[in-house]
Design a protein. Structure first.
Lengths: 549, 292, 256
């Protein structure tokens, strides 16, 4: 296929129209929608409301909750180990086990140690490497109401409205009132936020926010926070065991969570961890590819923590609502689904259709914005790609026109670098986007201190639910894992002090779960957790032999 | 009799017959050669070469970077940098194939054409600005102040890179005269200060510093002027306590004083041996000046 | 294997595989039938889990890449590095100061840099790695922080360095020192943190929490928006991103 500066000729024709309309669009932004218009758009075009994409959960505390089939399949699946697994030989005996080495897990570990736990009595177990997580991939920023004309109350309103008032208010209260403390903590840890010479943060707007309160570190905000947190945890001598996901929680005779079974992904040997408290920080589920959507998520984002916690009896919330980020890359094919940070729109790039026309306010809440893109494509106003999907333009060069030449390169280096690698210069040409599976809005129910409905089990970060209701705003996820990671770490440390080491470890809850599944009439050979998605070529798998080696 | 035996690559590849003969002869003499179980090339390519390219990457890279900017001349304040850059450049320019070899070792990253050169700031002042222009800029001549110029090694040795006559340098002498000072001189002006021996042979440095400062004092100097930061460190730190220590100036500081610049701009506070007393004595800085 | 159109041959750890053109190295490895455990992370160029070394048939040099960000080429001979060990001394950031010799004290091996620039050539992010090591050596913490900012710690630089420097650990400490000690703390944030302790802000929050959902919706609809005109200063990349340098193809400026 012949490409002209990265784009095929057919797409170039549309780009010419985008360039034609650009001068008249500058300074003229499409108006925001009314609540009624938003509702109608969501019901008509958001993937969450698509007929036939979901089925109800048939058993357990959340019986009746509608789930995408891909997620429901994992709840209706058999465990990877049988309930009769020998648990007598404990490999690690700790006070606190943290399952998941992303942002939430690392923050929890640091604060558990700050709250007095001996670092050697804490263990972070993680599926891939320490820090491999959606946290690292978050680009745009972190919200905190710091400035005089902003307030936690204003932040509260924005978050509640963005979540369509389905959020749990006590969690949102914790989120917004801790936010300045978190940013202050980051300052002390040496996180390199974008600041002016006086130390004031450079603030950007985000979709659905009424104040500019997005703190960023170029467009590597999550990476910058994560690498500092990881370094801090390392310097505090907190042990981390990598490539060792949890495949089942363990309970004691009272049904309290008492550790987990890990598996070494390389040797496949299992590893028993006994712990007085356990925090699940396993992140999200984008790699389940609901409704065949591509995803922005990390390789390990397969909902493991939800499955494990539900088997142990924890209640879940809002898992019917999945966040599709409006701007996933749609072209070139190699980039499909990768995140184009909302900051690009925050800095002035407008979404436009194949004729170069604006059709939506650039900073609607994410679900609304995504639905508008999907509708535009279904009306035939999208731009088709050679690999079969459609997208709409995001007029990136406007950023440099509005803020001055060089802005894209210095403020959005990750985006610029990525497009450059694939032959596209986003300072000159618009980029093609389409919604991509981005975030698990719901998750495990917790109180503001991260405690789930099961004693001994805490949750924080993307795996927990309630704080964002049915739709999260940009900049509240980096905040969420810091706020609730910290709270869960401290609460778990305090809980640990009052607990004796569990005496008997058991997997009876797994046997019970399997019984409930059978009682609900589910017969399956599927297993869960998924651990990693499978992207092997079908040509290779056609000749795959499962032989012992 | 047994003897340990190092064969070397040539014997094993193109002179095997020599080894065969040797072994046969030695067997006849009842001598056994015991070849070392593991041995490496004697290293001839690297050991005896005088053009170990990797050593020269850093300085030559700076000339290439200069040329990338479209320029061929740059200046430096540091005597050691001047000397290193100038020596590497001289070495490279001696034989064009050296420059080609370095460019090629860099994987095409460097494209040095050998035209660049490094100037010490003293050269720039003397040859480009000119002492007359400097003299014309003086507002407060250093009248009455007797100064001993110290050159050390790096401006003058080896002679291929010397920026002045290696035996009888004049540049600091002429500069001080231009500033209106009196100059005291002596044979130890070009003696090495002991340089990096400060790390492991402090006494050597102390002896040399003492000899030079004694000479300066004997010849009436109230202060010493120099250019090299390492010499400065040694002179400023190791004068001992037998005499009142001589203040050690950089020439730039004295130029600043003579130009009538604000003392605060001249870093006069960053010295162990205080600079202000001698300047106050000759009324070269205002009464009551603070240098912090 | 038969030649198919649109297919190329790559050599993965010594074995030839035919894969479609246009795949990233990571997708090609998976297409060939490998299930990755190590060697894959975020799959979007942010985590550094997929450092890859390869050679081309027409060049004697070793090339480097992130497998998720680089297209496979015909004749490419590649291997993925699981990780590069970087063991460095622990520190307590709160106990060390940002002095010119701080980085050298923590990483004395940076004094061994011969400026060969292999690290820079190896960096899949296109960073001026050698320049940030040199900046660290001379105690320029700000420059080391700026030049290393886009580092994803894949470790390829450290695997190629003849002086065994732990580049990414040096850059990380430089950035933390810069963030903590060199940039001023935000005065507005400090004021807000103090204000939070007074409880007034929490009272406002509690008032919102006491509203019915209808009242809360009404308040949400009545929100006023901060307009860009309220930002008195026009946004300037140079002013706001700490440094005018271009992180992607930055070239040293020399005063001449």
């Amino acid at each position: 296929m012949e490409l002209i500066d990265g784009y095929p000729a057919a797409m170039r024709e549309s780009i010419a129209l985008v360039e034609q309309t650009r001068p008249t669009r500058l300074g003229r932004t499409f108006p925001a929608m009314t609540p009624e218009q938003r509702r109608e758009l969501l019901l008509g075009h958001h993937p969450d409301y698509k007929d036939g994409a979901k089925r109800p959960l048939l058993f357990g505390p959340n019986k009746g909750m509608l789930l995408n089939h891909e997620l429901a399949d994992l709840f209706e699946a058999r465990p990877l180990v049988s309930a009769s697994l020998d648990l007598n030989d404990v490999d690690s005996d700790v006070d606190l086990l943290i399952i998941g080495g992303g942002g939430a897990g690392t923050v929890a570990a640091i604060w558990a140690v700050q709250a007095g736990l001996d670092p050697s009595r804490v263990l972070i177990a993680t599926k891939l490497r320490h820090g491999d997580s959606n946290s690292t991939m978050a680009q745009g920023g972190i919200q905190s109401a710091d400035r005089p004309h902003d307030s936690p109350a204003q932040h509260f309103l924005d978050a509640m409205g963005g979540g369509h008032f389905t959020n749990r208010p006590e969690l949102v209260e914790a989120l917004v009132s801790d936010a300045p403390l978190i940013i202050h903590w980051h300052e002390q840890l040496g996180v390199m936020y974008d600041k002016d010479e006086q130390g004031n943060f450079v603030m950007h707007p985000g979709g659905g926010t009424s104040r500019n309160r997005m703190h960023s570190a170029r467009d590597y905000t999550g990476l910058e926070i994560m690498r500092v947190l990881r370094d801090e945890a390392r310097n505090l001598h907190i042990p981390v065991v990598e490539f060792s996901p949890a495949i089942e929680l363990l309970c004691d005779e009272r049904g309290h969570v008492a550790g987990a079974v890990l598996v070494n992904l390389e040797t496949k040997r299992y590893h028993i961890v006994r712990a007085k408290a356990t925090i699940v920080t396993t992140g999200g589920l984008g790699r389940l590819h609901m409704q065949q959507y591509p995803t922005t998520n990390h390789y390990g984002a397969t909902a493991d923590g939800l499955i494990l916690a539900y088997r142990a009896g924890a209640e879940l919330v809002d898992l019917d609502a999945i966040q599709y980020h409006p701007t996933g890359a749609a072209f070139p094919a190699q980039m499909a689904g990768l995140l184009i940070t909302e900051k690009v729109r925050g800095m002035g790039a407008q979404p436009v259709n194949c004729k170069g026309e604006q059709f939506v306010y650039p900073l609607e809440p994410r679900d609304v914005e995504a639905s508008a893109f999907i509708r535009e494509c279904s009306l035939g106003l999208g731009i088709p790609t050679p690999h079969g999907i459609q997208g709409v333009w995001l007029d990136a060069p406007m950023v440099d026109i509005i803020h001055g030449p060089g802005t894209i390169r210095s403020a959005l280096p990750a985006m610029f670098r990525m497009y450059t690698r694939f032959g596209i210069d986003m300072t000159r040409d618009p980029i093609l986007v389409f919604p991509t599976l981005h975030y698990q809005n719901g998750g495990i129910i917790t109180n503001p201190d991260g405690a789930t409905t099961v004693p001994g089990l805490y949750a924080a970060g993307e795996v927990m639910g309630g704080v964002h209701g049915k739709n999260r705003l940009m900049g509240n996820s980096l905040l969420d894992f810091n706020v609730f990671g910290r709270r869960a770490g401290i609460a778990a440390a305090n809980y640990v002090r009052e607990q004796a080491q569990p005496t008997r470890l058991s997997l009876e809850h797994v046997a019970t779960y399997e019984r409930h599944m059978r009682d609900a009439g589910i017969k399956t050979t599927r297993t869960a957790p998924r651990i990693l998605p499978d992207y092997r070529g079908k040509e290779a798998l056609e000749r795959y032999l499962d032989i012992p080696l | 009799m047994q003897v340990a035996y190092y064969p070397g690559c040539t014997i094993k590849v193109s002179a095997q017959h020599h080894e065969r003969a040797a072994l046969a002869v030695l067997r006849a003499l009842n001598i056994e050669l015991c070849e070392l179980p593991e041995w490496n090339c004697c290293g001839v390519l690297h050991s005896l070469t005088d053009d170990n390219l990797i050593r020269h990457m850093a300085p030559i890279r700076m000339f290439a970077r200069l040329e990338e900017q479209g320029a061929h001349e740059m200046t430096t304040l540091c005597d050691m940098c001047f000397n290193t850059l100038a020596q590497a450049n001289t070495w490279a320019k001696e034989r064009p194939e050296r420059i080609r070899a370095i460019n090629s070792t860099s994987g095409g990253e460097l494209d040095y054409d050998g035209r660049a050169q490094i100037l010490h700031l003293l050269q720039l002042l003397r040859d480009r600005v000119g002492l007359a222009a400097i003299k014309a800029r003086v507002r407060r001549p250093l009248r009455g102040l007797t100064i001993y110029p110290y050159y050390g090694c790096k401006l003058l040795r080896p002679s291929e890179v010397a920026m002045d006559d290696p035996e009888t340098p004049r540049v600091l002498h002429d500069l001080m005269l231009a500033l209106g000072a009196t100059v005291a001189e002596g044979p130890l002006q070009t003696q090495c200060c002991g340089s990096y021996h400060v790390v492991d042979r402090e006494q050597l440095v102390t002896n040399r510093v003492a000899a030079t400062t004694d000479e300066a004092r004997e010849r009436g100097a109230e202060a010493l002027v120099l250019s090299c930061p390492l010499c400065h460190y040694n002179f400023d730190s190791f004068q001992g306590s037998n005499h009142a220590a001589l203040p050690i100036f950089y020439y730039t500081q004295l130029m600043g004083i003579a130009f009538g610049l604000e003392p605060e701009e001249l870093g006069l506070d960053a010295h162990r041996v205080a600079l202000l007393p001698v300047l106050l004595e000759h009324e070269l800085v205002p009464e009551g000046v603070q240098v912090n | 294997m038969s030649e198919q159109t649109g297919m190329i041959t790559m050599q993965l750890m010594g074995k030839n595989y035919q894969v479609p053109t246009g795949l990233t190295i990571m997708a090609a490895i998976e297409y060939a039938g490998y299930k990755l455990v190590r060697g894959a992370g975020c799959r979007g160029g942010f985590c550094g889990a997929c450092p890859t070394l390869y050679r081309r048939s027409d060049n004697h040099r070793i090339f480097t890449a992130l497998a998720c960000q680089t297209l496979v080429e015909d004749g490419m001979c590649l291997v993925q590095m699981p990780f590069v060990p970087v063991v460095s001394r622990r520190y307590d950031l709160h106990q060390i100061a940002a002095k010119p010799n701080t980085l050298l004290q923590h990483f004395p091996e940076i004094a061994g840099c011969v400026a060969c620039n292999t690290c820079t050539r190896a960096c899949p992010q296109g960073l001026q790695v050698m320049d940030y090591v040199q900046a660290s050596l001379r105690g320029d913490i700000e420059r080391a922080a700026m030049l290393s900012f886009d580092c994803i710690a894949c470790g390829i630089c450290s695997s190629r360095c003849p002086a065994d420097i732990k580049h990414y650990a040096v850059g990380l400490l430089a950035r933390r020192l810069y963030g903590k000690y060199v940039t001023p703390d935000s005065p507005q944030l400090a004021a807000r943190v103090a204000e939070l302790q007074t409880g007034n802000l929490i009272a406002d929050l509690n008032a919102l929490m006491a509203l019915s959902q209808e009242e809360l919706r009404a308040r949400y609809e009545q929100r006023t928006f901060e307009t860009s005109e309220e930002n008195k200063e026009p946004f300037s990349a140079i002013q706001h991103y700490n440094s005018p340098m271009d992180p992607v193809d930055y070239k040293d400026e020399i005063e001449v």
